[in-house]
Design a protein around this ligand. Structure first.
Ligand SMILES: *[C@@H]1O[C@H](CO)[C@@H](O)[C@H](O)[C@H]1NC(C)=O
Ligand SMILES: *[C@@H]1O[C@H](CO)[C@@H](O)[C@H](O)[C@H]1NC(C)=O
Ligand SMILES: *[C@@H]1O[C@H](CO)[C@@H](O)[C@H](O)[C@H]1NC(C)=O
Ligand SMILES: *[C@@H]1O[C@H](CO)[C@@H](O)[C@H](O)[C@H]1NC(C)=O
Ligand SMILES: *[C@@H]1O[C@H](CO)[C@@H](O)[C@H](O)[C@H]1NC(C)=O
Ligand SMILES: *[C@@H]1O[C@H](CO)[C@@H](O)[C@H](O)[C@H]1NC(C)=O
Ligand SMILES: *[C@@H]1O[C@H](CO)[C@@H](O)[C@H](O)[C@H]1NC(C)=O
Ligand SMILES: *[C@@H]1O[C@H](CO)[C@@H](O)[C@H](O)[C@H]1NC(C)=O
Ligand SMILES: *[C@@H]1O[C@H](CO)[C@@H](O)[C@H](O)[C@H]1NC(C)=O
Ligand SMILES: *[C@@H]1O[C@H](CO)[C@@H](O)[C@H](O)[C@H]1NC(C)=O
Ligand SMILES: *[C@@H]1O[C@H](CO)[C@@H](O)[C@H](O)[C@H]1NC(C)=O
Ligand SMILES: *[C@@H]1O[C@H](CO)[C@@H](O)[C@H](O)[C@H]1NC(C)=O
Length: 673
């Protein structure tokens, strides 16, 4: 028996205040959970050896030894998936001059004795970080990396002998550093399961859901493990910077930047909600941003410390959108009230940029790396519109009806001005600004998703227009040429579902995330930050990343869009008001024959499953907490007779062939024939 640890105490406290995550039902889906069973993980295979190495395979066990002889001999070990944390090795040096170095890589492409993949800074030689030398004389026994030498994300390590005197090693392990507050990292509160009839791997959709969930887990880190800024000199890295006002905290990537980025959270947080429901790191990240507000102007920073980038009107907006997401999922009114004064001040900061049309002039130009973007710009104004509709919602929850109406009134003005300024009828899409015909992926995806479109045919037209940017590996962003951005792609994916173009959504999902999950350039377990149009790793090479493909992150929460999209659209279960007091079930069956899954909120379990046996005989099961209220919309083209728990449906409406009706919380079985 172990004494009660401080972790257990924290979990007990959480349980008392209703934040304790409950476990999702177990089933076939558990086999696809990438999260490790133990915080201590070991290599699963030998990737490469060179020189005089004896018994390298022994390094896969806890107790057996291997020996490196001669300078330059090395062994590269594969952990089988993305991991992150401090390495411990048992050393038996043969002499006082025995010595070795360690290097790390996410991608197998950058496994090297000369350098780790880059995390500190992007350099054209792809060798900024270098190796970690462990100098002679070595002490016999367990050696652990110094805390600041943490690598937050890697799949491969290379151990190279720096001496002609033999070095015997054993018991190599990595103690996982992410999700520090969670005992069993596999104990998710949500799940998703569906067979894919199109992909050669029929478990693709389930794997992808779990890959997105695991990606976000690798981004939830202890408070004092941020990347040092200013950059430590080359060669080197240091991950001992403080990331915010409290930890654990959600950052953008496992390897890098290891800093809070509110735009990234726009995708990563919904993925966390449906999988782990681990939202305290989200609150800590948002609190960090509000604490750093400019007291004079009301501007929020673009990123958290120690980066603390300023001057981004779009990321300013994302902190506000993130606040609404966090409140929707948790109903944490007490926290909302503590940040409300700064929240409203930050909305006012954007409103202060208004021109007479009601649109805002984007002057804080930093963003997700897209080109252009300033002035009276569509993307920035789409985000502003979402901020306004969200703010009206939040003000209403806080019973400030006057402020809620003022926000709503401005939202209406912005929506109409947005359509007037940016809609190009001949292109059937929104342009970036009035001096261009470039129709960006970001603003067009947001316009559909945030409901800036005024009718279904307009949304359809945008969805069709977005498809024209695709190649076989995904959606190439016109506003960042030669680049596939799974961050903006995650919004585009949702836009196709929202506009009812389910087959198009599934096509994009299979191209873009199928490539990311299976390519041997990446880690086949977490999702990479981005790539070029031909699938190479040089994401953003010409846009800030100095042509350093080793700098790309392979575990970036902003690429986890499919995780929430599969739950919210394919399974079809979404919450509409805080904690899911009101919810909707609207399955987008998308050519699949069945799906099941669910998530939890502080009110309890929200689960659904559906099965189509032919188009006519279908069954939908939904289970939600008592006292909630749901609106069910069934797909078009089903049998006309609808029964709920065996009884013919009394009150329903039908639009475009889809039947809609209201049910209360509890468990309901809905059949059609
Ligand atoms: C292996 O190393 C771990 C620490 O990482 C230690 O707890 C364990 O006792 C070691 N096992 C053996 C067989 O030495
Ligand atoms: C290392 O040096 C110390 C002090 O000179 C000596 O006692 C020890 O035996 C040496 N160790 C090995 C492995 O040669
Ligand atoms: C990836 O697979 C391709 C095709 O099988 C192969 O040619 C290439 O060497 C592999 N690359 C890596 C980095 O494993
Ligand atoms: C790689 O480039 C960086 C930055 O330009 C430089 O500091 C470093 O010394 C270079 N590394 C090697 C191994 O040349
Ligand atoms: C982080 O580690 C570096 C390198 O060891 C050290 O110089 C620095 O003082 C540490 N910073 C903090 C905040 O601990
Ligand atoms: C709100 O902003 C002020 C600066 O104007 C700051 O001192 C305070 O900590 C912020 N409050 C919260 C809860 O973030
Ligand atoms: C509404 O927009 C106007 C400018 O168009 C601005 O002056 C006003 O403060 C905004 N109101 C709110 C509540 O944001
Ligand atoms: C937007 O702001 C920029 C920078 O202050 C300014 O140069 C430009 O004239 C403004 N545009 C409009 C339409 O007000
Ligand atoms: C308008 O958008 C285009 C395409 O994104 C961009 O190149 C240009 O700089 C923008 N113009 C202004 C005035 O911001
Ligand atoms: C808003 O008003 C309702 C009805 O009076 C009340 O139940 C609720 O607690 C109030 N909300 C807040 C945040 O004060
Ligand atoms: C979207 O906007 C239209 C008006 O343009 C409105 O009728 C519709 O209710 C809105 N949809 C949602 C989900 O708010
Ligand atoms: C939908 O909106 C577009 C753009 O405002 C407009 O051109 C079109 O006529 C509208 N279509 C319908 C069916 O209302």
């Amino acid at each position: 028996m172990m004494a009660r640890s401080s972790l257990e105490t924290i979990l007990i406290i959480c349980a008392c205040i209703g934040l304790s995550p409950a476990s999702a039902p177990s089933g076939a889906w558990d086999a696809f959970n990438y999260s490790p069973e133990s915080r201590v993980v070991r290599p699963t295979s030998v990737f490469k050896i060179q020189g005089s190495i004896f018994n390298a395979d022994n390094l896969l066990s806890e107790s057996d030894e291997a020996t490196l002889i001669n300078t330059g001999s090395f062994v590269s070990l594969d952990f089988g998936k993305e991991v992150g944390g401090l390495i411990t090795i048992n050393l038996s040096p043969s002499s006082n001059s025995s010595a070795f170095s360690l290097s790390f890589s996410e991608s197998s492409v950058y496994v090297s004795t000369l350098a780790s993949d880059d995390s500190t800074y992007p350099a054209p030689n792809a060798s900024y970080d270098g190796i970690e030398p462990v100098l002679a004389p070595l002490a016999s026994g367990l050696w652990t990396q110094p805390a600041e030498r943490l690598r937050g994300g890697f799949r491969y390590i290379t151990i190279v002998s720096d001496s002609d005197d033999a070095l015997t090693i054993s018991n190599i392990s990595c103690e996982i550093s992410f999700m520090p507050h969670v005992d069993n990292m596999r104990d998710y509160s949500g799940f998703f399961y569906a067979k894919d009839p199109v992909c050669t791997d029929s478990d693709f959709l389930t794997k992808l859901w779990y890959a997105g969930a695991y990606t976000v887990q690798t981004n939830i880190v202890p408070l004092h493990t941020g990347r040092q800024i200013p950059s430590v000199p080359s060669p080197g890295w240091a991950n001992n910077a403080t990331l915010g006002v409290a930890g654990p905290i959600i950052v953008d990537g496992a390897k890098r930047d290891r800093a809070v980025w509110p735009g990234d959270m726009g995708i990563a947080v919904p993925a966390a909600f449906v999988s782990t429901n681990d939202l305290i790191p989200v609150r800590n990240a948002l609190s960090t941003m509000f604490a750093a507000i400019n007291p004079v102007t009301g501007a929020l920073p673009e990123s958290g410390p120690p980066l603390s980038q300023l001057d981004s009107d779009t990321y300013h907006g994302w902190t506000l959108i993130g606040t609404h997401n966090y409140y929707l999922y948790t109903g944490d009114t007490e926290w909302l009230q503590t940040v409300w004064a700064n929240y409203t001040k930050a909305v006012q900061f954007l409103a202060g940029k208004s021109v007479p049309s009601g649109l805002i002039n984007i002057t804080g130009l930093r963003d997700w790396a897209r080109l252009g973007g300033g002035g009276i710009n569509a993307e920035g104004n789409a985000i502003y519109y979402k901020v306004l509709t969200n703010s009206a919602d939040l003000a209403a929850y806080l019973n400030d009806t006057e402020l809620a109406s003022a926000y709503s009134a401005n939202a209406s003005i912005v929506k109409s001005a947005f359509n007037h300024e940016f809609w190009v009828e001949s292109l059937g899409m929104y342009r970036d600004n009035t001096s261009t015909t470039l129709c960006p992926q970001d603003a067009n995806s947001f316009a559909v998703l945030f409901n800036l479109t005024q009718n279904a045919s307009q949304a359809n037209s945008v969805s069709a227009g977005l498809e024209k940017n695709w190649n076989e590996l995904g959606a190439v962003a016109p506003e960042l040429p030669d680049t596939i951005s799974p961050f903006i792609g995650g919004f585009e994916l949702q836009a196709h579902f929202v506009s009812g173009n389910d087959d198009r959504a599934m096509d994009l999902l299979r191209r873009e995330w199928g490539y990311m999950l299976y390519t041997n350039l990446s880690v086949q377990s977490t999702l990479l930050e981005g790539y070029t149009a031909n699938g190479s790793l040089g994401y953003r090479s010409y846009r800030g990343y100095n042509y350093d493909p080793a700098y790309t992150s392979h575990a970036h929460g902003w690429s986890s869009g499919p995780t929430s999209a599969l739950t919210f659209y394919v399974l079809g279960l979404q919450i509409m008001t805080p904690q899911g007091q009101d919810w909707t079930l609207e399955p987008h069956t998308s050519g699949l024959s069945a799906a099941q899954g669910g998530f939890e909120t502080p009110l309890g379990w929200f689960g659904a499953s559906w099965e189509l046996s032919g188009r006519k005989n279908t069954q939908f099961v939904v289970e939600t907490p008592k006292g909630t209220s749901g609106t069910v919309t069934l797909p078009a083209g089903l049998g006309k007779s609808v029964r709920v728990n065996g009884n013919p449906l009394k009150s329903k409406s039908t639009k475009n062939g889809k039947t809609t009706f209201v049910v209360s919380g509890g468990k309901h079985t809905i059949t059609t024939n």
